[in-house]
Design a protein around this ligand. Structure first.
Ligand SMILES: Nc1nc2c(ncn2[C@@H]2O[C@H](COP(=O)(O)OP(=O)(O)OP(=O)(O)O)[C@@H](O)[C@H]2O)c(=O)[nH]1
Ligand SMILES: [Mg+2]
Length: 211
């Protein structure tokens, strides 16, 4: 997918602040520090549109990024970060839950997990919750470059088994550092956002995704 224009729109803390133009929205959910902002930057080939940090928990609102005139990425607050207060965690949870269950524009949730670790309890709960509510979902395993090539299949298996994924479930192994998985993920995003005018840049991937 060719991104001509990408723009930070708003850090929304209330639903009234969500955009009103009806464009499809793609949400990114995952533990703090998993690489959500880095993934956005890689997908749109920008160094630092979405702010990345080594300070976990920095993204505390729904951050909206507009991509071309086609869709929004909605960067979620990272869950499971121990150092935020219970009250704060509860408030984030409520906001996310309301968004996920009620937002008509939401077309796909990218649940992000770190390829290096077994899915955490929070990852599992989140995954179960998303499936229970029938939300369109792709699991993205990040930081693939941090695992040597020969050990990648084993890590992928651990993630898939940990989350109870089946063969038809959408899954992409990704590296923001090296760009691995970018075309495959764009193909899935375009399909869910019904951005029909984009031909997949790597046609051979299409078969794999349909499996
Ligand atoms: N090697 C490598 N490092 C990555 C990758 N993705 C993210 N990182 C690093 O991991 C750290 C956290 O990345 P972010 O993109 O800020 O993570 P986040 O999920 O947005 O974090 P919060 O906004 O705090 O929830 C940064 O130091 C990134 O450079 C990746 O694919 N490979
Ligand atoms: Mg972030």
């Amino acid at each position: 997918m060719k991104v001509n224009q990408s723009e930070f729109i708003i850090s929304a803390v209330r639903p009234e602040q969500y955009p009103e133009d009806g464009l499809p929205e793609i949400a990114l959910a995952g533990r703090s520090n998993v690489g959500k902002s880095s993934l956005i930057n890689r997908l749109i080939s920008r160094k630092n549109l979405a702010r990345t940090s080594s300070t976990p928990g920095k993204t505390q609102q729904l951050n909206y990024y507009k991509i071309n005139q086609d869709l929004y990425f909605v960067d979620f607050p990272g869950y499971g970060y121990a150092k935020v207060s219970k009250e704060q965690r509860f408030a984030w949870g409520k906001m996310m839950e309301k968004y996920l269950l009620q937002r008509k524009e939401l077309k796909l949730v990218m649940q992000m997990v770190d390829i290096r670790h077994e899915p955490s309890k929070d990852d599992k709960l989140m995954n179960e919750w998303l499936r229970h509510h029938g939300l369109p979902l792709v699991v993205v395993a990040t930081k693939l470059d941090k695992i040597p090539k020969t050990r990648r299949p084993k890590h992928i298996k651990i993630i898939k088994e940990g989350l109870g994924l089946r063969s038809g479930d959408l899954f992409v192994a990704f590296s923001s550092e090296e760009g691995i998985g970018k075309e495959e993920l764009w193909e899935i995003i375009s399909r869910h956002a019904a951005v029909g005018k984009y031909a997949p840049e790597a046609p051979e991937l299409e078969e794999n995704n349909e499996a």
